[in-house]
Design a protein around this ligand. Structure first.
Ligand code: NHR
Ligand code: GAR
Length: 225
């Protein structure tokens, strides 16, 4: 049985997908706690209503990042996690924190890394004229959004998309690949060798969203589906 601690900052839909998959598919894992850096994070209510311990470590109460990270680590470690899962967690973490959870902390980032690290990724993809966008599950290292890649999902960028439409399309795939990747870790199938991840036994570590047919009737000529 592995203990998971999930960190959120807001809505928590990825956390919800992981909680549901863990229960539905009877993973050999327990969601030991959901921790937010904001007291108003909406996902806390979902976790509490599912009998999961919740905690808030409010970053605004700490003058420096190192002090916030120390308090956060102390709270996390109270739940003896085998894996820490960043799920829409919005604070950059210090090197000391990241090193403490080396090889046992995952993040989902809403772009096809190494393209578009940082924030406002959907607008960045639109501004760059990308035809394909997506999400990446990766181990967290001190280099922001550059850790070893565990899984990726790709979606089409469609004519007329704005950042919100694109975000929604990507998010639907996050809810598939993130529970899948966390489960691989729980099953002990993920190994890290340097910058690379090996999945044993292998299975596809990618997802391509192919909803072309679902949209075929609504496409207008020249859109280049
Ligand atoms: N920390 C480290 N060291 N390495 C990573 O790869 C991390 C990380 C912390 C968070 C998630 C990441 C994402 O998926 C993540 C990966 C927040 C910011 C950010 O700039 C950037 C990337 C990510 C998360 N946050 C602002 C800050 O000052 C605050 C923004 C806000 O509160 O809205 O920390 O995108
Ligand atoms: C998700 O799209 C996630 O990839 C992204 O924020 C959303 C959180 O949604 N993460 C980041 O941008 C991290 N900087 P959720 O709270 O409903 O899971």
């Amino acid at each position: 049985m592995k203990n998971l601690v999930i960190l959120i900052s807001g809505r928590g839909s990825n956390m919800e997908a992981i909680v549901r998959a863990c229960a539905h598919d009877a993973w050999p894992a327990k969601i030991a706690a959901v921790i937010a850096n904001r007291p108003d994070a909406a996902g806390l209510a979902f976790a509490a209503s599912h009998g999961i311990a919740t905690a808030v470590v409010d970053h605004r109460q700490y003058p420096e990042r190192a002090a916030f990270d120390a308090a956060l680590a102390q709270t996390i470690d109270g739940y003896a996690p085998d894996l820490v899962v960043l799920a829409g967690f919005m604070r950059v973490l210090t090197e000391g924190f990241v090193d403490h959870y080396s090889g046992r902390m995952l993040n989902i980032h809403p772009s096809l890394l190494p393209s578009f690290p940082g924030l406002k990724t959907h607008q960045q993809a639109l501004d760059a004229g990308c035809r394909v966008h997506g999400a990446t599950v990766h181990f967290v290292t001190s280099r922001l959004d550059h850790g070893p890649i565990v899984a990726q999902s790709a979606v089409p960028v469609r004519a007329g998309d704005d950042a919100a439409a694109l975000a929604a399309r990507v998010l639907a795939t996050e809810h598939v690949i993130y529970p899948r990747a966390v489960r691989w870790f729980v099953e002990g199938r993920v190994t890290l060798d340097g910058a690379h991840v090996t999945l044993t036994p292998p299975e596809p570590q990618w997802l391509f969203l192919d909803d072309t047919n679902a949209h075929a009737n609504t496409q207008t000529a020249g859109e280049g589906v």
